[in-house]
Design a protein. Sequence first.
Length: 494
Amino acid sequence: MKEAPLTIAPRVLSLLSRVAGFFQENEIEGYVVGGFIRDTLLGRATADIDIAMRADALKVAGDLAGVLAGRYVRLDELNQVARIVLPGGGELDFSTIRDGIRQDLALRDFTVNALALPLDEPGRGLEREAIVDPFSGTRDLERRIIRAVSPGIFQADGVRLLRAIRLAAELDFQIEPETRALIKRDAGLVAPVAGERIREEFLRILALPRAGDYIANLDALGLLTAVIPELGQARNVEQPVVHYWDVFRHSMETVSALGFLLHQAGYQFGRDELLSDVPWSSRIEAHFAREVSHGSTRQAILKLAGLLHDIAKPQTKTTDETGRTRFLGHSQEGASVASAVLDRLRFSAREIKLVGLLVTYHLRPGQLSQQGLPSKRAIYRYFRDTGEAGIDVLFLSLADHLAARGPRIDMAQWREHTGLVRYVLQRYFEEQDRPSPVQLLDGHDIINIFGLSEGPLIGELLEAAREAQAAGEIATREEALKFVARRLAGGEAQ
């Protein structure tokens, strides 16, 4: 009995029919290949399509871009790879087949991607029985496994090592044992891969709800420290008794704890009563969904910071004569190390800045108040210093707490911590909802009224006045002038 045709969205089917028509008119042998077929068979929507052809892909894509009113992009002139960015969203990627389609598929990474559908003529060639499947990829889809096309796939392209974990995670598949063994064997081949390619795969893993599990899988296969060797120094670095794990395991647990706190996934040491104490709202959820740079959101970058937040503990560890272990300056040093790691992996300047802020200030929430809830002044200083990372730092501090105690979590301490976070967030959102405070003084006022010269002192006095205004100590221009006069008379500006 003939199998039912593939279920393809009408818009995509119309697009493929136009492409097939163009190929037929120009007598071009072409195939839809790879991920589009895989995702279509799995019932997953996809906007990106790969097409392989027995022709010069650069020329064909350039001509077809005009027909489709798309934007033509040359990706790789030497290997004849091009792209058409479609006006309604989505992309078509084109490559040249050197030999036959089966030989082309033999060069691909995983069996579930080594699939092809011929573009014979408009509206045809989209039946299941027409799929070219020399490596039993459709069977592996049914079995829900990731299998290497050949033993040399990772030697041909090291980024496939990360892609195997990412693809298994996105599809909820298992990597079959022989392919896992190949990954372990070739793990070191990921190191020389271009940083931007590693960044893309790493961010896609971090964006997943159970990112912590997949980071652990990267470690089990030898890939995590191949990508970030600096993390390897944290392995077996013991911590004070309040910590359940060493620095390395704690760092990985922090990623899992963040998935739990962001309402994305369960956590083996998380319970409903723990999560119910954590402040959460549509406003907070929207904050973490915001884009940081192309390909990254705040929640993914927060998990990245969670992984890196203690990266400098090994080199800052000291033990005094009483046996007390400390990691003085590890936050500041960690921000420097993390920034160097992310620069090497070609993360954007904004991503690096955000991670730097998170690592620098991850201990700050615990320092807001010695006893009770923090003052208005303390909260003002906190958001002044943490800037755009203020909310994110609060959640990182909670994850740090949860991943430090693990199964030994103390509910009273947890509720004290979540109560502080709730209060700080409440005050923050209240301030956000109020009209911007009136500026009581500017630099010219201070210079002209007090006969001062331009210099750093003016900025220090203005900041002190803003802080006093935020704390509710001054509210009018007259009070601000008296405040500045007192500061000058006392010889202090802060």
